[in-house]
Design a protein around this ligand. Structure first.
Ligand code: 5AD
Ligand code: SF4
Length: 454
Protein backbone atom coordinates (compact mmCIF):
# COMPACT_ATOMS: atom_id res chain seq x y z
CA UNK A 1 0.00 0.00 0.00
CA UNK A 2 1.36 3.42 -0.96
CA UNK A 3 1.54 5.99 1.80
CA UNK A 4 -1.05 8.67 1.09
CA UNK A 5 -2.72 10.61 3.81
CA UNK A 6 -4.89 13.71 3.94
CA UNK A 7 -4.06 14.27 7.60
CA UNK A 8 -0.48 15.20 6.72
CA UNK A 9 -1.62 18.49 5.15
CA UNK A 10 -4.25 19.18 7.83
CA UNK A 11 -1.75 18.81 10.61
CA UNK A 12 0.76 20.89 8.66
CA UNK A 13 -1.72 23.79 8.61
CA UNK A 14 -2.17 23.53 12.36
CA UNK A 15 1.59 23.44 12.89
CA UNK A 16 2.15 26.60 10.79
CA UNK A 17 0.67 28.43 13.73
CA UNK A 18 1.54 26.20 16.68
CA UNK A 19 5.02 24.97 15.63
CA UNK A 20 4.91 21.83 17.76
CA UNK A 21 8.10 19.86 18.31
CA UNK A 22 8.51 16.10 18.47
CA UNK A 23 10.86 13.81 20.35
CA UNK A 24 11.16 10.08 19.67
CA UNK A 25 12.37 7.62 22.28
CA UNK A 26 13.18 4.27 20.67
CA UNK A 27 13.63 1.07 22.65
CA UNK A 28 14.69 -2.33 21.39
CA UNK A 29 16.04 -3.57 18.09
CA UNK A 30 17.15 -2.10 14.77
CA UNK A 31 13.72 -2.78 13.26
CA UNK A 32 12.32 -0.33 15.80
CA UNK A 33 15.11 2.15 15.02
CA UNK A 34 14.17 1.86 11.37
CA UNK A 35 10.45 2.34 12.10
CA UNK A 36 11.26 5.39 14.24
CA UNK A 37 13.02 7.05 11.30
CA UNK A 38 9.80 6.56 9.33
CA UNK A 39 7.70 8.01 12.14
CA UNK A 40 10.11 10.98 12.21
CA UNK A 41 9.54 11.34 8.45
CA UNK A 42 5.77 11.24 8.89
CA UNK A 43 5.87 13.76 11.75
CA UNK A 44 8.03 16.16 9.72
CA UNK A 45 5.58 15.80 6.81
CA UNK A 46 2.93 16.88 9.31
CA UNK A 47 4.87 20.06 10.06
CA UNK A 48 6.41 19.02 13.39
CA UNK A 49 9.95 20.18 14.08
CA UNK A 50 12.55 17.95 15.67
CA UNK A 51 12.93 18.89 19.36
CA UNK A 52 14.94 17.75 22.34
CA UNK A 53 13.90 15.69 25.32
CA UNK A 54 13.29 18.77 27.47
CA UNK A 55 11.52 21.10 25.00
CA UNK A 56 9.18 18.98 22.88
CA UNK A 57 5.39 18.72 22.67
CA UNK A 58 4.81 15.32 21.15
CA UNK A 59 6.65 12.46 22.85
CA UNK A 60 6.61 9.27 20.81
CA UNK A 61 7.67 6.08 22.57
CA UNK A 62 8.48 3.27 20.16
CA UNK A 63 8.45 0.31 22.51
CA UNK A 64 9.90 -3.17 22.82
CA UNK A 65 8.71 -6.20 24.77
CA UNK A 66 11.35 -8.79 23.96
CA UNK A 67 12.58 -8.83 27.58
CA UNK A 68 11.03 -7.55 30.78
CA UNK A 69 13.60 -4.77 31.28
CA UNK A 70 12.42 -3.14 28.02
CA UNK A 71 8.96 -2.81 29.58
CA UNK A 72 10.35 -1.39 32.80
CA UNK A 73 12.27 1.22 30.80
CA UNK A 74 9.04 2.50 29.25
CA UNK A 75 7.12 2.72 32.52
CA UNK A 76 10.02 4.53 34.18
CA UNK A 77 10.16 7.14 31.41
CA UNK A 78 6.40 7.61 31.30
CA UNK A 79 6.34 8.40 35.01
CA UNK A 80 8.76 11.26 34.41
CA UNK A 81 6.58 12.77 31.68
CA UNK A 82 3.47 13.04 33.84
CA UNK A 83 4.83 16.16 35.57
CA UNK A 84 5.75 17.75 32.27
CA UNK A 85 2.24 17.24 30.95
CA UNK A 86 0.77 18.93 34.02
CA UNK A 87 3.07 21.94 33.53
CA UNK A 88 2.41 22.26 29.80
CA UNK A 89 -0.97 21.08 28.45
CA UNK A 90 0.45 21.14 24.91
CA UNK A 91 2.30 17.93 25.74
CA UNK A 92 1.12 14.81 23.94
CA UNK A 93 2.21 11.28 24.72
CA UNK A 94 2.05 8.58 22.09
CA UNK A 95 3.02 4.96 22.61
CA UNK A 96 3.51 2.64 19.66
CA UNK A 97 5.40 -0.55 18.86
CA UNK A 98 5.65 -4.08 20.14
CA UNK A 99 4.64 -3.54 23.77
CA UNK A 100 1.32 -1.96 22.80
CA UNK A 101 0.58 -4.93 20.57
CA UNK A 102 -0.47 -6.81 23.71
CA UNK A 103 -3.93 -6.14 25.15
CA UNK A 104 -2.71 -6.65 28.72
CA UNK A 105 -0.21 -3.80 28.27
CA UNK A 106 -2.80 -1.52 26.68
CA UNK A 107 -5.03 -2.16 29.70
CA UNK A 108 -2.18 -1.40 32.09
CA UNK A 109 -1.40 1.93 30.37
CA UNK A 110 -5.07 2.92 30.31
CA UNK A 111 -5.44 2.18 34.00
CA UNK A 112 -2.16 3.46 35.43
CA UNK A 113 -0.99 6.08 32.92
CA UNK A 114 -4.14 8.01 32.12
CA UNK A 115 -2.27 10.97 30.73
CA UNK A 116 -1.29 9.01 27.58
CA UNK A 117 -2.99 10.37 24.41
CA UNK A 118 -2.49 7.77 21.71
CA UNK A 119 -1.72 4.06 21.77
CA UNK A 120 -1.05 2.22 18.51
CA UNK A 121 0.73 -1.08 17.97
CA UNK A 122 3.07 -2.16 15.19
CA UNK A 123 2.24 -1.59 11.51
CA UNK A 124 -0.09 1.32 12.28
CA UNK A 125 1.68 3.90 10.09
CA UNK A 126 -1.28 4.43 7.78
CA UNK A 127 -3.59 5.59 10.60
CA UNK A 128 -0.90 7.32 12.66
CA UNK A 129 -1.42 10.83 11.10
CA UNK A 130 -5.16 10.71 11.70
CA UNK A 131 -4.85 9.61 15.33
CA UNK A 132 -2.22 12.27 16.05
CA UNK A 133 -4.35 14.96 14.38
CA UNK A 134 -7.39 13.92 16.40
CA UNK A 135 -5.50 13.86 19.70
CA UNK A 136 -4.07 17.33 19.18
CA UNK A 137 -6.69 19.24 17.20
CA UNK A 138 -10.01 17.67 18.13
CA UNK A 139 -8.96 16.36 21.52
CA UNK A 140 -9.89 12.72 20.89
CA UNK A 141 -7.67 10.16 22.49
CA UNK A 142 -7.05 6.83 20.80
CA UNK A 143 -6.41 4.10 23.35
CA UNK A 144 -7.69 1.01 21.61
CA UNK A 145 -5.76 -2.01 20.51
CA UNK A 146 -5.99 -2.47 16.73
CA UNK A 147 -4.22 -5.42 15.21
CA UNK A 148 -2.47 -3.92 12.19
CA UNK A 149 0.73 -5.93 12.65
CA UNK A 150 0.42 -7.46 9.19
CA UNK A 151 0.45 -4.11 7.36
CA UNK A 152 3.11 -3.35 4.75
CA UNK A 153 3.47 0.37 4.13
CA UNK A 154 5.45 1.68 1.15
CA UNK A 155 6.67 5.16 0.22
CA UNK A 156 6.68 6.35 3.80
CA UNK A 157 8.82 9.51 4.21
CA UNK A 158 11.99 8.75 6.19
CA UNK A 159 14.39 10.92 8.19
CA UNK A 160 17.71 9.08 8.55
CA UNK A 161 19.89 9.94 11.51
CA UNK A 162 23.13 9.29 9.66
CA UNK A 163 24.40 10.72 6.35
CA UNK A 164 26.32 7.70 5.12
CA UNK A 165 24.75 4.62 6.69
CA UNK A 166 21.09 3.70 6.28
CA UNK A 167 18.91 0.73 7.13
CA UNK A 168 16.24 -0.75 4.89
CA UNK A 169 13.64 -3.27 6.06
CA UNK A 170 13.21 -6.10 3.59
CA UNK A 171 10.92 -8.47 5.45
CA UNK A 172 8.57 -7.89 8.39
CA UNK A 173 7.26 -10.38 10.93
CA UNK A 174 8.33 -13.87 11.83
CA UNK A 175 6.91 -17.38 11.39
CA UNK A 176 9.39 -19.27 13.52
CA UNK A 177 7.83 -19.20 16.98
CA UNK A 178 11.00 -19.84 18.96
CA UNK A 179 9.47 -20.72 22.31
CA UNK A 180 11.10 -17.88 24.28
CA UNK A 181 10.19 -15.18 21.78
CA UNK A 182 7.25 -12.78 21.72
CA UNK A 183 8.09 -11.31 18.29
CA UNK A 184 5.82 -13.55 16.16
CA UNK A 185 2.87 -12.54 18.37
CA UNK A 186 3.48 -8.80 18.09
CA UNK A 187 4.98 -8.41 14.62
CA UNK A 188 2.69 -10.70 12.66
CA UNK A 189 3.54 -13.23 9.95
CA UNK A 190 6.43 -12.92 7.48
CA UNK A 191 5.79 -10.38 4.70
CA UNK A 192 8.55 -9.71 2.17
CA UNK A 193 8.68 -6.31 0.51
CA UNK A 194 8.77 -6.43 -3.28
CA UNK A 195 12.33 -6.56 -4.66
CA UNK A 196 11.63 -3.55 -6.92
CA UNK A 197 10.53 -1.42 -3.93
CA UNK A 198 13.65 -2.36 -1.98
CA UNK A 199 15.97 -1.73 -4.96
CA UNK A 200 14.37 1.62 -5.69
CA UNK A 201 14.75 2.69 -2.02
CA UNK A 202 18.43 1.74 -2.08
CA UNK A 203 19.01 3.46 -5.44
CA UNK A 204 17.58 6.65 -3.96
CA UNK A 205 19.80 6.31 -0.89
CA UNK A 206 22.86 5.78 -3.10
CA UNK A 207 21.97 8.93 -5.04
CA UNK A 208 21.76 10.83 -1.74
CA UNK A 209 25.32 9.76 -0.89
CA UNK A 210 24.67 6.77 1.38
CA UNK A 211 27.52 4.26 1.22
CA UNK A 212 26.50 1.57 3.65
CA UNK A 213 23.19 -0.27 3.79
CA UNK A 214 21.88 -2.53 6.54
CA UNK A 215 19.12 -4.86 5.35
CA UNK A 216 16.73 -5.67 8.17
CA UNK A 217 14.32 -8.44 9.01
CA UNK A 218 13.53 -10.74 11.93
CA UNK A 219 14.66 -13.53 9.69
CA UNK A 220 16.23 -12.14 6.50
CA UNK A 221 16.92 -15.46 4.86
CA UNK A 222 13.21 -16.29 4.75
CA UNK A 223 12.99 -13.38 2.33
CA UNK A 224 10.78 -14.28 -0.63
CA UNK A 225 9.26 -17.44 0.91
CA UNK A 226 5.87 -15.73 0.71
CA UNK A 227 6.12 -14.94 -3.03
CA UNK A 228 4.43 -17.10 -5.68
CA UNK A 229 7.51 -17.05 -7.88
CA UNK A 230 10.90 -18.14 -6.66
CA UNK A 231 12.87 -15.17 -5.41
CA UNK A 232 15.40 -15.64 -2.61
CA UNK A 233 17.47 -13.52 -0.27
CA UNK A 234 20.64 -14.38 -2.20
CA UNK A 235 19.00 -13.18 -5.44
CA UNK A 236 18.09 -9.90 -3.73
CA UNK A 237 21.65 -9.48 -2.46
CA UNK A 238 23.01 -9.94 -5.98
CA UNK A 239 20.70 -7.21 -7.28
CA UNK A 240 21.70 -4.82 -4.49
CA UNK A 241 25.37 -5.52 -5.24
CA UNK A 242 24.86 -3.92 -8.67
CA UNK A 243 23.78 -0.55 -7.26
CA UNK A 244 26.51 2.03 -7.89
CA UNK A 245 27.51 4.11 -4.90
CA UNK A 246 26.66 1.48 -2.28
CA UNK A 247 29.97 0.11 -1.03
CA UNK A 248 29.07 -1.93 2.05
CA UNK A 249 26.04 -4.20 2.48
CA UNK A 250 25.16 -5.66 5.87
CA UNK A 251 22.14 -7.69 6.95
CA UNK A 252 20.58 -8.97 10.15
CA UNK A 253 19.43 -11.36 11.32
CA UNK A 254 19.65 -14.60 9.40
CA UNK A 255 18.41 -17.82 11.02
CA UNK A 256 20.98 -20.65 11.06
CA UNK A 257 18.34 -23.17 9.91
CA UNK A 258 17.82 -21.23 6.65
CA UNK A 259 21.46 -20.36 5.93
CA UNK A 260 22.01 -22.34 2.75
CA UNK A 261 25.12 -22.81 0.57
CA UNK A 262 23.86 -20.46 -2.16
CA UNK A 263 23.95 -17.61 0.35
CA UNK A 264 27.48 -18.52 1.47
CA UNK A 265 28.58 -18.50 -2.20
CA UNK A 266 27.02 -15.08 -2.80
CA UNK A 267 28.78 -13.67 0.27
CA UNK A 268 32.09 -15.23 -0.80
CA UNK A 269 31.89 -13.77 -4.31
CA UNK A 270 30.63 -10.35 -3.28
CA UNK A 271 32.83 -7.28 -3.16
CA UNK A 272 30.32 -5.35 -1.06
CA UNK A 273 28.75 -7.71 1.47
CA UNK A 274 30.41 -7.07 4.83
CA UNK A 275 32.77 -9.70 6.18
CA UNK A 276 30.58 -9.98 9.23
CA UNK A 277 27.73 -12.35 9.80
CA UNK A 278 25.36 -12.27 12.73
CA UNK A 279 24.38 -15.86 13.41
CA UNK A 280 22.17 -16.18 16.50
CA UNK A 281 23.13 -19.30 18.47
CA UNK A 282 20.75 -18.86 21.47
CA UNK A 283 22.02 -22.07 23.10
CA UNK A 284 24.81 -24.55 22.38
CA UNK A 285 22.91 -27.56 23.64
CA UNK A 286 20.84 -29.67 21.27
CA UNK A 287 18.17 -30.50 23.87
CA UNK A 288 17.70 -26.85 24.82
CA UNK A 289 17.67 -25.85 21.14
CA UNK A 290 14.89 -28.38 20.62
CA UNK A 291 12.90 -26.92 23.51
CA UNK A 292 13.52 -23.49 22.01
CA UNK A 293 12.16 -24.74 18.64
CA UNK A 294 15.31 -23.56 16.85
CA UNK A 295 15.45 -26.54 14.43
CA UNK A 296 19.23 -27.08 14.43
CA UNK A 297 21.61 -29.07 16.63
CA UNK A 298 24.84 -28.05 18.31
CA UNK A 299 26.78 -29.90 15.62
CA UNK A 300 24.85 -28.35 12.74
CA UNK A 301 25.47 -24.87 14.13
CA UNK A 302 29.20 -25.51 14.53
CA UNK A 303 29.41 -26.93 11.00
CA UNK A 304 27.72 -23.85 9.53
CA UNK A 305 29.83 -21.43 11.60
CA UNK A 306 33.04 -23.18 10.53
CA UNK A 307 31.96 -23.09 6.87
CA UNK A 308 31.41 -19.35 7.20
CA UNK A 309 34.75 -18.94 8.94
CA UNK A 310 36.46 -20.23 5.81
CA UNK A 311 35.52 -17.01 4.05
CA UNK A 312 38.70 -14.91 4.36
CA UNK A 313 38.58 -12.21 7.07
CA UNK A 314 35.04 -13.06 8.14
CA UNK A 315 33.89 -12.18 11.65
CA UNK A 316 30.94 -13.78 13.41
CA UNK A 317 28.62 -12.30 15.98
CA UNK A 318 25.82 -14.00 17.85
CA UNK A 319 22.97 -13.81 20.37
CA UNK A 320 22.93 -16.15 23.37
CA UNK A 321 20.26 -16.69 26.02
CA UNK A 322 21.34 -18.13 29.34
CA UNK A 323 18.97 -19.72 31.82
CA UNK A 324 16.26 -20.96 29.44
CA UNK A 325 13.72 -22.95 31.54
CA UNK A 326 15.28 -26.16 32.79
CA UNK A 327 18.79 -25.41 31.44
CA UNK A 328 21.19 -27.59 33.45
CA UNK A 329 24.84 -26.91 34.24
CA UNK A 330 25.93 -29.48 31.62
CA UNK A 331 23.66 -27.94 29.00
CA UNK A 332 25.07 -24.49 29.73
CA UNK A 333 28.58 -25.92 29.35
CA UNK A 334 27.63 -26.90 25.79
CA UNK A 335 27.02 -23.21 25.11
CA UNK A 336 30.49 -22.41 26.49
CA UNK A 337 31.88 -25.20 24.32
CA UNK A 338 30.39 -23.71 21.14
CA UNK A 339 31.71 -20.26 22.07
CA UNK A 340 35.15 -21.73 22.66
CA UNK A 341 35.08 -23.65 19.38
CA UNK A 342 33.64 -20.99 17.08
CA UNK A 343 35.12 -17.86 18.70
CA UNK A 344 32.79 -14.93 18.16
CA UNK A 345 33.83 -11.35 17.55
CA UNK A 346 30.72 -10.09 19.25
CA UNK A 347 28.20 -11.75 21.57
CA UNK A 348 24.93 -10.18 22.66
CA UNK A 349 24.03 -12.12 25.79
CA UNK A 350 20.77 -12.17 27.67
CA UNK A 351 19.29 -13.80 30.71
CA UNK A 352 16.07 -15.56 29.74
CA UNK A 353 13.03 -13.42 30.44
CA UNK A 354 9.65 -15.23 30.42
CA UNK A 355 7.19 -13.58 28.03
CA UNK A 356 3.50 -14.11 28.72
CA UNK A 357 1.77 -15.95 25.90
CA UNK A 358 4.86 -17.81 24.68
CA UNK A 359 5.33 -21.58 25.07
CA UNK A 360 8.52 -20.99 27.10
CA UNK A 361 6.63 -19.06 29.76
CA UNK A 362 4.65 -22.23 30.56
CA UNK A 363 7.77 -24.42 30.98
CA UNK A 364 9.01 -25.37 34.41
CA UNK A 365 12.03 -23.35 35.51
CA UNK A 366 13.83 -24.36 38.70
CA UNK A 367 17.10 -22.52 38.17
CA UNK A 368 17.52 -19.68 40.68
CA UNK A 369 18.05 -16.25 39.10
CA UNK A 370 21.39 -15.86 40.91
CA UNK A 371 22.65 -18.96 39.11
CA UNK A 372 21.59 -17.48 35.76
CA UNK A 373 23.53 -14.29 36.57
CA UNK A 374 26.55 -16.40 37.44
CA UNK A 375 26.27 -18.25 34.10
CA UNK A 376 26.08 -14.96 32.25
CA UNK A 377 29.27 -13.81 34.00
CA UNK A 378 31.07 -17.02 33.02
CA UNK A 379 29.98 -16.60 29.41
CA UNK A 380 31.13 -12.98 29.41
CA UNK A 381 34.52 -13.99 30.83
CA UNK A 382 35.03 -16.69 28.19
CA UNK A 383 34.09 -14.24 25.44
CA UNK A 384 36.55 -11.66 26.72
CA UNK A 385 39.25 -14.32 26.94
CA UNK A 386 38.74 -15.45 23.33
CA UNK A 387 38.30 -12.01 21.74
CA UNK A 388 41.98 -10.88 21.88
CA UNK A 389 43.02 -13.89 19.75
CA UNK A 390 40.72 -12.66 16.98
CA UNK A 391 41.75 -9.01 17.29
CA UNK A 392 45.47 -9.85 17.24
CA UNK A 393 45.06 -11.53 13.85
CA UNK A 394 43.97 -8.20 12.35
CA UNK A 395 47.13 -6.30 13.33
CA UNK A 396 49.34 -5.48 10.32
CA UNK A 397 46.52 -6.07 7.82
CA UNK A 398 44.72 -3.42 5.77
CA UNK A 399 40.93 -3.09 5.74
CA UNK A 400 38.33 -1.01 3.92
CA UNK A 401 36.43 1.30 6.29
CA UNK A 402 33.80 4.06 6.15
CA UNK A 403 35.02 7.08 8.14
CA UNK A 404 32.05 7.82 10.40
CA UNK A 405 33.19 10.87 12.37
CA UNK A 406 35.16 12.11 15.35
CA UNK A 407 35.88 9.76 18.20
CA UNK A 408 33.62 10.44 21.18
CA UNK A 409 36.47 10.13 23.65
CA UNK A 410 39.32 11.86 21.79
CA UNK A 411 38.79 14.98 19.70
CA UNK A 412 41.95 14.43 17.64
CA UNK A 413 40.93 11.00 16.44
CA UNK A 414 38.28 9.69 14.06
CA UNK A 415 36.42 6.38 14.08
CA UNK A 416 34.81 3.94 11.73
CA UNK A 417 34.06 0.25 11.50
CA UNK A 418 35.78 -2.26 9.28
CA UNK A 419 33.75 -4.59 7.16
CA UNK A 420 34.12 -7.01 10.13
CA UNK A 421 32.30 -4.45 12.28
CA UNK A 422 35.41 -3.74 14.35
CA UNK A 423 35.69 -0.21 15.70
CA UNK A 424 38.97 1.44 14.63
CA UNK A 425 40.31 4.81 15.80
CA UNK A 426 42.81 6.69 13.66
CA UNK A 427 44.03 10.15 12.67
CA UNK A 428 42.05 11.78 9.85
CA UNK A 429 40.60 15.09 8.67
CA UNK A 430 37.05 16.37 8.55
CA UNK A 431 37.08 15.90 4.73
CA UNK A 432 37.58 12.15 5.19
CA UNK A 433 34.19 11.76 6.92
CA UNK A 434 31.82 9.81 4.68
CA UNK A 435 34.65 8.38 2.57
CA UNK A 436 35.59 4.75 2.33
CA UNK A 437 39.35 4.51 3.01
CA UNK A 438 41.95 1.79 3.49
CA UNK A 439 43.20 1.47 7.01
CA UNK A 440 46.17 -0.49 8.33
CA UNK A 441 45.71 -1.88 11.84
CA UNK A 442 48.61 -0.95 14.15
CA UNK A 443 47.47 -2.35 17.52
CA UNK A 444 44.59 -4.16 19.15
CA UNK A 445 42.68 -3.40 22.34
CA UNK A 446 39.76 -5.38 23.74
CA UNK A 447 36.92 -3.23 22.35
CA UNK A 448 38.67 -1.33 19.53
CA UNK A 449 41.68 -1.28 17.22
CA UNK A 450 44.09 1.53 16.38
CA UNK A 451 45.08 2.13 12.78
CA UNK A 452 46.50 4.45 10.14
CA UNK A 453 44.94 5.48 6.82
CA UNK A 454 47.16 4.16 4.01
N1 5AD B 1 14.51 -13.63 26.94
C1 5AD B 1 15.81 -13.30 26.72
N2 5AD B 1 16.28 -13.00 25.51
C2 5AD B 1 15.44 -13.03 24.46
N3 5AD B 1 15.62 -12.78 23.15
C3 5AD B 1 14.44 -12.92 22.53
N4 5AD B 1 13.48 -13.26 23.41
C4 5AD B 1 14.08 -13.33 24.63
C5 5AD B 1 13.62 -13.64 25.93
N5 5AD B 1 12.36 -13.99 26.17
C6 5AD B 1 16.92 -12.46 22.57
C7 5AD B 1 17.34 -13.49 21.54
C8 5AD B 1 17.18 -12.76 20.25
C9 5AD B 1 17.48 -11.34 20.66
C10 5AD B 1 17.01 -10.30 19.72
O1 5AD B 1 16.84 -11.23 21.90
O2 5AD B 1 18.69 -13.82 21.75
O3 5AD B 1 18.04 -13.22 19.22
FE1 SF4 C 1 11.98 -14.48 17.70
FE2 SF4 C 1 12.92 -16.78 16.71
FE3 SF4 C 1 11.49 -15.11 15.13
FE4 SF4 C 1 13.97 -14.41 15.89
S1 SF4 C 1 13.43 -16.21 14.62
S2 SF4 C 1 12.13 -13.10 15.93
S3 SF4 C 1 14.10 -15.28 17.96
S4 SF4 C 1 10.74 -16.22 16.94
Amino acid sequence: MKFVNSYLARMQDYNKEHKLKYYIDTMGCQMNENDSMKYAGILESMGFEKGEEDNSNLYLFNTCCVRENAENTLFGRLGMLKKKKMQNPQTYIVIIGCLTQQQVMVDKIKKSYRFVDVILGTGAMSIFPEKIYNAIVTNEKHLEYLDMSNALDEDVPVVFDDKYKASVSIIYGCNNFCTYCIVPYVRGRERSRKPEDIISDIQKLAKDGYKEIMLLGQNVNSYGNDFDEKYTFSMLLQEIEKIDGIEIIRFMSPHPKDFKDDLIEVIKNSKKIARQIHLPLQSGNTEVLKKMNRKYTKEQYIELAMKLKQIPDISLSTDIIVGFPGETEEQFEDTLDVVNTVKFDQIYMFIYSPREGTVGARMEDNTPYSQKVERLERLKKLYEDTLPQLNEKMVGKTYKLLVEGKSKTNDNLYTGRTSQNKVVVFEANEEDVGKVVNIKIDSDHLWYLKGTIV
